[in-house]
Structure formats: C-alpha cells, structure tokens
Design a protein around this ligand. Structure first.
Ligand code: GDP
Length: 451
C-alpha cells in the first residue's frame, strides 16, 4: 500500500486543482460546488521518485451550502485518522478566513506532519505571505496549482517525510508462517504432522489424549518456511475424562492466538461435534486466517461420492461462520492430497496481500449502499462517509483485511447489512480464508454551529 497524503481545506481554495495537478491530470476548471461529491477521491501521485496516494477530502461528504463547515471538519478528522501527511490548502488571494482559522486549530492537534499550502500564488510575493500565514505554526509553501508553481518543492518535502512503507515488510521470504493445526483429540493432527514430516517426530496413537510434548516444528516446503506451532497433543492419559476435551479447547485458544494461520482439522468419519464447532468459533473470535482440513477422507472415499457431497454440505451449514475458509480433503494415513493444504495456504497468503486501494473501496461501498439501502435503525439509516483498509503488512505476514469505516451512527449497521457489505467486498476480492473485519468510527454530521 502506498503512503497516504490527504488534501484538506475549506471550499474553493483549489483542492481539486491541486489533486489533479498531483495526479498528473489535465487541469479542468474545477469549483467546489455544494452538493457535488466528486467521482474520484483518490489517485496516485507519480511525479516524484516515490509514488504516494493522494486523497481529496473535499469530495468525501456531499453537502448543501449551509453544511460546509461541518463537512470540512469531518473531512479533516478523517484525514487526521488515516493519512501520513496532510496538505492544508488555503487561498492566498482571499487571505486568511475564520474557517481557515478553525481548520488550523483542528489540524494543530494532528500527530502527523501538516504542510500549509498557500494556493493561487501566481507570482512570487513571498514576504506578504509569510506575514499572513506564518503565525499558524505550519511550514508554509506558496503554490499555484493551476500554473504549476511550487509543486515540485512540495513533492520533495512530502518525499522527505514519507515513511519507508515498503521497508521492513513481513514476507514469506524472510519470516516463517506460523501455522497451528487445531482440532479436537483423535481427528488426526499428529498423523497429519507425521505425514508432513515423513518421520517419527510425533507419536501417533489411536488412544485419545496420548501424552506428547509441546513442540513447535520448523518446516520447509518448496522454499517456503513454516513453523507448525504447538502441535502437542493433550497431556492427559485418561480418555474417559471429559476434561480432556475441555482442556484441549482451552489449549487451542492459546495456540490460535499465536498463529498466523489456523488449520482446523476435522474427522470425516465423525460428523461435526460441539467441540469442533467450539474450536471453529475460537478461530472466528480471534479473527485468524483459516483453512478447514477434512482428514480421514479415505473413509469418505470408501462410502462413495454422495458421502463426500453430504459431508461438505453438512459443513457448509454447520460452519457457516467460516464459509470463507477453503476446504481441503486429505488423508493423513494414506498421505493423500497433503499438497492441497499447502496450495491453500499459499492462496490465502496471496489473497491477504491483494491491494484494495481507498478509491475502489469507496466506490464499491457507495455502490453497495445505492444498490441496497441500509435498513432504518430507530429513525436513522447508516451512512458511510469514507472507508479505508487499515491492516499492516509490516506487522502481519498474513494481514487480515480490516476496514475502517467513518459512519454517522455505528449502531445503524445491522449484522445482516454488515454481512451484505462483506459479501460485496468479497465479490471484488474474495479474500479466501480470511475474515473481513469492519471497524466503525462515529462522525456526526450535524448542522454547523458557529465556526
Ligand atoms: P490427534 O489426536 O488429532 O493428534 O489424532 P491422531 O493423529 O492421534 O489420530 C487419531 C487416530 O486416527 C489414529 O488411530 C490414526 O491412525 C487415525 N487417523 C489419522 N489420520 C487418518 C486418516 O487419514 N485416515 C484414517 N482412516 N485414519 C486416520
């Protein structure tokens, strides 16, 4: 993901002209018109050495004339929450206005760099400018977006401030993927690991809860490093004791939290038990990438194709909350289709890194809202002002897609509507094996008070 630079300012100072200039577009005569939400909020600026994404906040909120100030405030807020650098644009010919003052007060609270761009300076008259705007406490740049003056200086400054976003990124080339094989006792986790290792590193036994030692196993396959984590069984000898199963769930919880990806192992010959569902629920709660492995599929194969279909259908119904998780039918005993599991892991890793830039995301959500309007909750309907993806490739090797939504009323998002939005996003990028997470921020868009 490119670093984000937000353009903020009151109407008519030339935000869209600057946006177009940075986006390298032909400059159309642009005015900030009330009630007009611009089509394109985002673009990539490639004028310097390092590309960065720009957002014109002036298009986020559709307003009527008398709501401008409130809208600008929300837009500035969104910029402060999401951008790395803020370009605060004022009109050099109009001089300093109370609305600028208000905005300056807001932006001074930002914990990120703010550059003050004094626009419409078509001739150099720097001294006067310094006087008029210097007192705001920001670094001042005189520019003319329309006549392309001062723009390269601004770009240089932005580049100097940009975080080295791509540096230090976690990739499968430099970090092993922590894979947890979780499942209730006797589904064949150890057998699976044995099949993977092709040696006797773990003990396989038909007695549930055989004592084994906790162990993380480093594992390499086709040049990719994995760490199979906490693959120990249950330190318990009695198989009558139901605490074995309860303990196994508690143990899974810890393992799941440590994992980059969870492989939920099920037993094809046993149907889906409450314990299976509990562990599946823990994976969902921990918001972890997941693949469902149906082990002992040799037993299904014996019963024929219908048995396989029935099993998968039953799974679809019972594990509906993990319906994004790919399924792999394997047989640890026969060593069959183990490769499928790794192909699936690879797909999940790739999908997690599929870009979803702010522009397409916002268009997609806007379309979704138009297509099927949100239900009224109380006397309010959900409004989404702006959305952006907030997960971090530097922190997570398999970043789970997380979207920050700026909305009028978080309570107005019903679970059904949330699922609908999730599905719309998955139509664009399937994000197989990954939960899609929405975080909501409330932004009240009320009629303005005195500015
Ligand atoms: P764990 O408790 O989940 O680690 O399960 P184990 O690996 O100890 O396996 C439990 C039992 O299932 C053992 O008797 C295995 O031989 C058997 N088992 C494991 N995988 C398969 C398989 O793919 N097919 C069949 N038919 N049996 C299996």
């Amino acid at each position: 993901m490119n670093p984000l630079v937000a353009i903020v300012g009151r109407p008519n100072v030339g935000k869209s002209a600057l946006f177009n200039r940075l986006a390298g577009r032909r400059i159309a005569i642009v005015h900030d018109q009330p009630g007009v939400t611009r089509d394109r909020l985002n673009a990539v600026c490639k004028l310097g050495n390092q590309p960065f994404e720009i957002i014109d906040t002036g298009g986020i909120i559709a307003t009527t004339n008398d709501q401008f100030d409130a809208a600008v405030r929300i837009e500035a807020d969104i910029a402060m929450a999401t951008a790395h650098i803020i370009l605060f644009v004022v009109d050099g010919t109009a001089g300093f206005s109370p609305a600028d003052q208000e905005l300056a007060k807001l932006l001074r609270r930002a914990d990120k760099p703010v550059l003050l761009l004094v626009n419409k300076i078509d001739h150099p008259n720097r001294d006067e400018l310094e006087d008029a705007f210097q007192h705001l406490g920001f670094v001042v740049f005189p520019i003319s977006a329309e006549h392309n003056r001062g723009i390269s200086t601004v770009i240089q400054r932005i580049e100097a401030l940009l975080p080295a976003v791509e540096e230090g990124e976690m990739t499968t080339a430099n970090v092993p993927i922590k894979v947890a094989l979780v499942g209730r006792p006797n589904v064949g986790k150890s057998s699976l690991i044995n099949a993977l290792m092709n040696d006797q590193r773990t003990i396989v036994s038909s007695i549930a809860g055989t004592t084994r030692d906790a162990i993380d196993i480093p594992y390499e396959r086709e040049g990719i490093q994995y760490l199979l984590i906490d693959t120990a069984g249950i330190r318990h000898k009695s198989k009558q004791d139901s605490s074995v199963e309860i303990f196994s769930v508690m143990r899974s919880e810890k393992t799941i939290r440590r994992a980059d990806l969870c492989v939920l192992v099920l037993d094809a010959s046993a149907g889906l038990t409450t314990q299976d569902k509990k562990i599946a629920g823990l994976i969902q709660k921990a918001e972890k990438p997941c693949i469902v492995v149906i082990n002992k599929s040799d037993l299904l194969d014996e019963s024929g194709k219908q048995a396989r279909r029935d099993y998968l259908q039953m799974l679809g119904e019972e594990l509906f909350f993990l319906d994004h998780a790919p399924r792999a039918l394997v047989s640890a005993k026969m060593g069959a289709r183990i490769d499928d599991l790794f192909k699936q892991i690879d797909r999940v890793v790739k999908q997690s890194r599929e870009p979803m830039s702010t522009g397409p995301l916002n268009r997609l959500l806007k379309q979704a809202l138009t297509l099927h309007s949100p239900p009224a909750v109380g006397n309010r309907r959900l409004k989404i002002y702006y959305a952006t993806r907030i997960d971090d490739k530097r922190r997570d090797i398999i970043p789970v897609p997380r979207f920050l939504l700026f909305v009028n009323k978080p309570d107005a998002l019903t679970p059904t509507y949330e699922k609908y939005l999730e599905n719309q996003i998955r139509k664009h990028t399937p994000y197989e094996g990954l939960p899609v997470i929405f975080k909501l921020r409330e932004r009240e868009h009320t009629t303005p008070g005195p500015v």
